[in-house]
Design a protein around this ligand. Structure first.
Ligand SMILES: *[C@@H]1O[C@H](CO)[C@@H](O)[C@H](O)[C@H]1NC(C)=O
Length: 227
């Protein structure tokens, strides 16, 4: 009787021992997986974040949806730094590219393909407004028109030129005055007012630079023309 009880005790002890060993191995394995998981967690998302964070087209703060063109633009700074226009990661106009000048700076872009058609600038302080009018009249329907001021863009601007720019979707062009800053993206043949417009008046009280208002900046996504 005592013997049978001893064997039973031994068997119970042995199973507890084996169970403990088994559980210990299980735990080690779990730990191993956790460590591997942590390793991956540490490396993969960081790598992803740096490539994702690296930048979006034109250095936008967020990416544009499909079938949209990314753009970012800035007006000139006083009479010193020229305006800058970027579309789909291409700088279309800038002081560095040496294709900007005092007055109205304009880039024409194909609304379907996003390809640059041409750039030009029109001196509205000492130039002839008719060159700007002829330029605007010749723009074909469906063209995206990106405009930025540099220094003074308004002195020579007359009603005819303002009407043509208003027809591109501008709301503020009729108020544009001496040394005001203004940036705008419109479209030839557009039926509505454009949401892409920023305007700041030259005001001696609030000017950032002596004689000039502060620089304007704007970024966004232009829907691609589908028709
Ligand atoms: C984006 O920003 C970087 C760093 O400031 C600059 O070197 C680069 O030219 C910018 N790219 C565009 C398209 O503006």
């Amino acid at each position: 009787m005592m013997r049978a009880g001893g064997i039973l005790k031994l068997a119970a002890l042995a199973s507890v021992f084996f169970l403990a060993v088994f559980l210990a191995f299980e735990l080690i394995e779990i730990n191993f997986h956790v460590h591997l998981g942590q390793l991956f967690a540490r490396y993969t998302p960081t790598e992803e974040a740096t490539t994702k964070q690296s930048r979006y087209k034109c250095n936008l703060s967020k990416p544009c949806p499909e079938d949209h063109f990314s753009f970012k633009m800035a007006s000139g700074a006083a009479s010193v730094v020229g305006p800058k226009i970027c579309l789909e990661d291409n700088i279309l106009m800038s002081g560095v590219k040496n294709n900007v000048g005092r007055g109205m700076n304009i880039a024409l872009v194909n609304g379907r393909t996003g390809e640059l058609i041409k750039t030009d600038f029109f001196d509205m302080w000492a130039g002839d407004v008719n060159t700007l009018i002829n330029f605007l009249v010749s723009v074909e329907d469906g063209t995206v028109v990106m405009m930025a001021t540099f220094d003074d863009s308004a002195t020579k601007l007359n009603d005819e030129a303002r009407k043509l720019i208003s027809d591109l979707g501008s709301s503020n062009i009729n108020s544009l005055g001496f040394r005001d800053n203004w940036i705008f993206v419109g479209g030839k043949g557009i039926k509505t007012k454009s949401p892409f417009e920023q305007y700041i008046k030259n005001n001696a009280e609030s000017n950032k630079y002596e004689g000039w208002p502060e620089v304007l900046e704007m970024e966004g996504c232009i829907p691609r023309r589908q028709d």
